[in-house]
Design a protein around this ligand. Sequence first.
Ligand code: WT7
Length: 652
Amino acid sequence: MDSKQFAALLNEDRRFPPPAEFAARANVADESLYEQAARDREGFWAAQAERLHWFRRWDKVLEWNPPFAQWFLGGKLNVAYNCLDRHLQTHTRTKAAIIWEGEPGDERVLTYLDLHREVCRFANVLRQMGVGKGDRVTIYLPMIPEAAVAMLACTRIGAIHSVVFGGFSAESLRDRINDSRSKVVVTADGGWRRGNIIRMKQIVNEAVVDCASVEKVIVVKRIGHESLVEHGWHPGRDHWYHTLMRNAPVTCPVEEMDAEDPLFILYTSGSTGKPKGVLHTTGGYLTQVAATTKYVFDLKDEDVYWCSADIGWITGHSYVIYGPLANGATTLMYEGAPDYPDRGRIWEIIQKYRVNIFYTAPTLIRSFMRWGEGWPSKYDLSSLRLLGTVGEPINPEAWMWYHKHIGGERCPIVDTWWQTETGAIMATPLPGVVHTKPGSTTRPFPGIEMAVVNEEGQEVPPGAGGYLVVKSPWPSMLRTVWGDPDRYVSTYFGRFGHQVYFTGDGAKRDEDGYYWIIGRVDDVINVSGHRIGTMEVESALVDHPLVAEAAVIGRSHAVKGQAITAFVTLKEGRRGTPDLVDELKQHVVTKIGALARPEEIYFAADLPKTRSGKIMRRLLRDIAEGRALGDTTTLADPNVVAQLRQQYESQE
Ligand code: WT7
């Protein structure tokens, strides 16, 4: 966010009380949850944990040896049991668990009974392959029901899943499989995206060549074109999902897991070149995910709930799969792009399935705005009663547009702040109680203690900007970085001591105690709500034979929030050409995936550096955004910036 946008945020004074009709029926309609949590934080979370099914009750709610937390010690539970089996004892058994719509328009509905049966079958398949408690399974699938089945099947037998977003390249996939040392990879022949096929099995083939841990690859037939699998099928290693499922028994005992047993690993970008495997555990994660889903989305038994995130991201884990299913809700999954076959697809789906709750990202809302209100106005959106956003700061104009053109001015908007590492929502309005302000995530969820601090870790006065921190442990916090506990400590608890979690975000708290998130203060770029490390893109660029050095920054972008801009110096005697720009962009796509494609690449004779040799990204950001340069006194060679700016302007 640039300084102008930020200034506008701080002057935002519109307020929206919960609509009376909504508040009258809301799951939470007063301050009691906040008060209860403020009086007894552990008691509050224990009460939330009570809503789950435990094979054995916990002995202790929290064990906090900073910075290591353990929740619900001694408790035993199973996630698949909580998401499926216990609902089979109520009327929920015949209710739709998943409503799925494929991009080409195919439809599937799985009741809780159906989903339970499929999950049991696949759990048996995995067990037969020798997958047991603690083993890792990589899931590389499109948004199809089998993704949910595979995740839940892992949890049923205590295997740790690592879902890798389908847009990542073979190299990224390989690194994630190797880091987790997965035994099994679950994929599909392909997936649909804007009418094109993503050849997922082929990408897996390329990845697993270098993965010694992988014993089996299971392939879902999503597309069904013979050409997708005719090359590179390895008998013995590769198996069709449908063949394995045909012979698998439909019952499967659950593994009784310790509250602190690992549940899943999810890789996310940080400020170094290598993505981190964020590890979540069982009891605390499910407790907070289930509680936030119920209260934040005001979930009712009869609702059709739709979170548009891909299961490759934490939002997909917590709010497409685990949160809704733990609550016995109907969750909608859509496979494809929001603008395929046309820009009305999202609204068409809402109208078709009478969706009540819709949760999406600001970047998509900004795209909708650009496409114009003509698209949503063609559809009946009157079923909607609550809207949510997540992933990046939402600018007040986008908030107002969402409120007016999608919510018909009757739906509260929950702007939910959280991270892969926090596992579940941390700051959000409770929609029946909290008055919203466009652009603010409002208040911490009950039981969450946040603050804005300065460099020394002292809380700043209201209105002042600073670092966003969490002051005490919460149930769904990450427990470690897979295989690298030192990195867990230094990244999150290195800056302000072992008691205080550093989020990596800048924020402001106003006079009313409302939080306004400004954005990342580390070397992480948020492109369309996806996290990308500047160092990852830089290493991909310098991997190209003609590149000597690269510096990558995020600049503000009207739709994506931020866009990736790269400054590149070439090896002696090489000249930058438009063709080379394309080649370098493609190189990044091959190394990381399409989501990391730089928006623009500028060739520079030299990069601005401090006298100690650190690249001054701040100056590059100023150049890319056409701003007056900030402080340049530490710059080793002032000419570098002048030249860069000239080149930047001539290439514009
Ligand atoms: C980063 C975490 C958690 C789901 C998706 C992203 C930014 C997230 C908000 C929000 C302002 C937000 C932060 C955060 N972010 N939600 N409501 N308002 N910023 O997960 O990839 O782990 O990214 O997304 O910068 O640190 P993630």
